[in-house]
Ligand binder design. Structure first.
Ligand code: PGA
Length: 249
């Protein structure tokens, strides 16, 4: 299984930032890992044109559970695919917090993504209070139970899980390698329980303050098959070394 370096631009990026994509593609013509950028939806189609013929893939940051309809401001999985996306992030903690997205909503979005032929990147992660209370694995277990389909009706590679401790996102703080490894091993065991042996082929990403300086160390943790990178994915000079580290891991 190849590692996946996924960049989440969040609400950042206008046309002048397309230069970052060009730089990334030029610096990594034949990467040893898969590379995905999830820019704001406004940039997906233009990035898809620029990335054509390269190894770089594009994704959305969210999708609606419905294909079409009266949902002002929302974007469906079909629309993302039509714009050139192959992946979509669902259940990011910022959406769970800012938009009140429950596990049930995240599940519906993941199913919509898979039905549209997109790879769904389902995010889970505990808050600082939950970690301090010793509830990390309970929280992750419940989020996995509620946010994932009951059966794996897709290729195992079409469902990706991103473990992103809420307290590590954008803070510069990261869990220890042992802490990352413990959560990832727990997630793999839960997925094997639920989906059987194919779950061995599902990628588990770590996200939260991944930087060029800590990437190699984090990627050495067991059961880490890639990263979901926020701030450090905005500049090719930062994301490039992370891509390189994942290619070596
Ligand atoms: P960060 O964000 O890398 O800026 O901490 C990660 C994420 O939220 O996906």
């Amino acid at each position: 299984m190849r590692n996946l370096a996924a960049g989440n631009w969040k609400m950042n990026g206008v046309s002048t930032d397309l230069a970052q994509l060009r730089a990334l593609v030029e610096a990594h013509p034949a990467p040893n890992c898969d590379i995905l950028l999830c820019p704001p939806a406004t940039l997906i189609a233009r990035m898809a044109d620029l990335a054509a013929g390269s190894a770089l893939m594009l994704g959305g940051q969210d999708c609606h559970k419905d294909e079409t309809g009266a949902h002002t401001g929302d974007i469906s999985a079909q629309m993302l695919k039509d714009a050139g996306a192959s992946h979509v992030i669902v259940g990011h903690s910022e959406r769970r917090a800012d938009h009140g997205e429950s596990d049930a909503i995240v599940l519906a979005k993941a199913q919509a993504a898979l039905s549209a032929g997109l790879v769904a990147i389902v995010c889970v992660g505990e808050t600082e209070a939950q970690r301090d209370a010793g509830r990390t694995l309970d929280v992750i277990g419940a989020q996995l139970a509620g946010s994932l389909p009951a059966q794996l009706d897709c290729a195992p590679s079409d469902l990706v899980i991103a473990y992103e401790p809420v307290w590590a996102i954008g803070t510069g703080r990261t869990p220890t390698i042992d802490e990352v490894g413990a959560v990832h091993a727990f997630m793999r065991a839960k997925l094997l329980d639920r989906f059987g042996e194919p779950a061995q082929e599902m990628r588990l990403l770590y996200g939260g303050s991944v930087k060029p300086s800590n990437a190699a160390e984090i990627f050495a943790a067991p059961e880490v098959n890639g990263a979901l990178v926020g701030g450090a994915s905005l500049k090719a000079d930062d994301f490039g070394p992370i891509v390189a580290a994942l290619g070596r891991a």
